[in-house]
Design a protein around this ligand. Structure first.
Ligand code: NOJ
Ligand code: CA
Length: 477
């Protein structure tokens, strides 16, 4: 029997709002994605992950869902969605969609109804919140509703009330929601805040100190409850009723990877993001350690450098040279890889003026944390930038546009295209290497990454180099 398609797949993350705009309103949409499938096909990815495109007041740009089984009018219609799936499948590109089960939008009809589906605590007054849980984004995780006379929980913004997964009705609702999209042909789900759904039933105080900003969802006792695993066992059964190896990918964010392991038991999630690379600097020893620990601790490892929540690597790693080297490192690692839109163009984090910022993190922390808008600026397709893009594109992105980079030998885009075409498979083995260097084999291909000025002797034919200084190279022995 052949391995499931996702075992070694390259997933390309489409942040729907910022990918491709088909009707010129400055906002990406589903027909825009369909119109760019040829680009993705040529790039050489295996699957796309669509961030939430459901009806939503867009407080958190779609991670506040007001209806789980329809399409936000800004982004298109269910008909557009069906066309996108059919066109992607015709090109052998799989499509997974984001599901947001931890919380809904406060605009969801469930929240307007009796709220039995939410975590609430009745109280006569708005004195002290039920416990000390902090919101991920600053302040208390509880808001008092005067009219209803109760506190409701929100691990994120107050516009995103947390669902109560101790209520069987919620579980039934989500079974129906998953089926709705599976029946429409999706190849799987990316599960938002997958470790968070089930809260401590007794709502006990979280021990201090609280999670750090870096791992702001690293609560120790409020979430990650044993019952959450029953949910994923059910979902796994449900996914397996369908043909075609539908995949469940969890966003499980813990600083200690050992806490991720139970989510990957054979009857639970197929994959979970391994975020450890996201927290490393461009430094050989720390990256080596992160790769090694991941391979050692996790039953199946995925690799991620960028997504819509973190600073882009050109900025984080200190320049294009490093980010090009990182591309060859990433695409030589064993197992599923996630590439975030624009990473293949070498886009940097945009230093936006505060006046255009939209991320609730910026507002919830009174500007103390700038938030994530800088990595969400719409993709520049053409040298002529889009004047009305919902977040402004810097003028320098004209030269980084797809139009400017396609076919240009030295461009980021061509580096990604070549790396995806030559991506190695097979057994991973470390090689001896000097302190400032990482080297490993994947069968007959060797990947060498130089972090300093020293260069190791390269024995083999260079099949791909990240630049003419050989910062990272792939060698055929
Ligand atoms: C994680 C998502 O990646 C992030 O963008 C979102 O704001 C939070 N979950 C809340 O849904
Ligand atoms: Ca549009």
């Amino acid at each position: 029997m052949s391995e499931p398609w996702w075992k070694d797949a390259v997933f390309y993350q489409v942040y729907v709002r910022s990918f491709a705009d088909s009707n010129g309103d400055g906002i990406g949409d589903l027909p825009g994605i369909t119109s760019r499938l040829a680009y993705l096909d040529e790039l050489g990815i295996d699957a796309i992950w669509l961030t939430p495109f459901y009806p939503s007041p867009q407080v958190d740009h779609g991670y506040d869902v007001a209806n789980y089984v329809d399409v936000e009018p800004q982004y298109g219609t269910l008909g557009d969605f069906d066309e996108l799936i059919a066109a992607a499948h015709a090109r052998d590109i799989r499509v997974i969609v984001d599901i947001v089960p931890n919380h809904s939008s406060a605009q969801h009809p469930w929240f307007a109804a009796d709220r039995s589906r939410y975590v609430t605590v009745p109280s006569a007054n708005n004195g002290t919140p039920p416990n000390n849980w902090p919101s991920n984004w600053g302040g208390s995780a509880w808001t008092y509703d005067d009219e209803r006379g109760h506190w409701f929980l929100h691990l994120f913004a107050p516009d995103q009330p947390d669902l109560d997964w101790h209520n069987p009705q919620v579980r039934e609702d989500f079974d129906d929601i998953l089926r709705f999209w599976l029946d429409r042909g999706v190849d799987g789900f990316r599960i938002d805040v997958a470790h968070g759904l089930v809260k401590d039933k007794q709502l006990r105080d979280e021990p201090e100190p609280f999670p750090t900003v870096r791992f702001s969802s690293d609560w120790r006792t409020a979430i990650d409850q044993p019952e959450v695993h029953d949910v994923y066992r059910d979902w796994r059964c449900l996914a397996e009723e369908y043909e075609g190896d539908r995949v469940l990918v969890g966003e499980v964010v813990f600083s200690d990877q050992r806490r991720v392991v139970p989510y990957l038991r054979p009857d639970e999630l197929h994959l979970a993001f391994n975020f450890s690379l996201i927290f490393q600097p461009w430094e050989a020893e720390q990256l080596r350690e992160s790769i090694e620990t991941s391979l050692h601790e996790l039953p199946i490892v995925t690799w991620v450098f960028e997504n819509h929540d973190v600073t882009r690597i050109v900025t984080r790693f200190g320049g294009e040279r490093q980010a090009r080297g990182a591309a060859l490192l990433l695409l030589a690692l064993p197992g599923p890889v996630f590439v975030y839109q624009g990473q293949e163009l070498g886009l940097e984090e945009v230093d936006l003026p505060d006046t255009v910022r939209q991320d609730p993190i910026f507002f919830r922390t009174n500007g103390e944390r700038k938030g994530r808008d800088g990595c969400r600026v719409p993709i520049p397709w053409t040298r002529a930038l889009q004047a009305n893009a919902w977040l402004p594109q810097p003028a320098s992105w004209s030269a980084k546009s797809v139009e400017a980079q396609a076919g240009a030998a030295e461009s980021f885009l061509e580096l990604y295209r070549q790396a995806l075409a030559l991506r190695p498979h097979g057994t991973f083995t470390w090689r001896e290497a000097p302190a400032d260097t990482l080297a490993f084999d994947r069968d007959d291909l060797t990947c060498v990454v130089h972090f300093g000025d020293e260069r190791v002797p390269l024995d083999g034919e260079i099949v791909l180099a990240s630049d003419d200084e050989n910062t990272a190279v792939w060698l055929r022995r």
